[in-house]
Design a protein. Structure first.
Length: 94
């Protein structure tokens, strides 16, 4: 019997530039550069050249009510800037 492991970490595509072969992904803060690279390589068969990460702190928000002020903090997240091996060009053939 073959065991199949599904990832429990999710990525959200924020920006993609096909001309330069780059993408911006929002990933969980605990995910490392090597995990991002292996995730894209094994699940989506995308050859990745370079991964750069940036930790972003969640913003503090205030809600003003009639009787009191409620403050809360949004979640922290990590941005992953990914560069792919092959640059795809868009042709305008008709």
């Amino acid at each position: 019997m073959v065991q199949v492991y599904f990832p429990n970490m999710f990525m959200r595509l924020i920006n993609y530039n096909a001309m330069q072969g780059r993408a911006l992904l929002r990933v969980p803060p605990r995910m490392t550069k090597t995990e991002v690279k292996e995730y894209l390589k094994k699940i989506y068969n995308v050859p990745v050249t370079r991964v750069m990460t940036e930790n972003v702190l969640g913003k503090w928000k205030r809600l003003y009510g009639r009787r009191k002020l409620v403050t809360f903090k949004r979640r922290n997240y990590k941005n992953a800037y990914v560069k792919f091996e092959s640059q795809r060009t868009v042709s305008s053939e008709k």
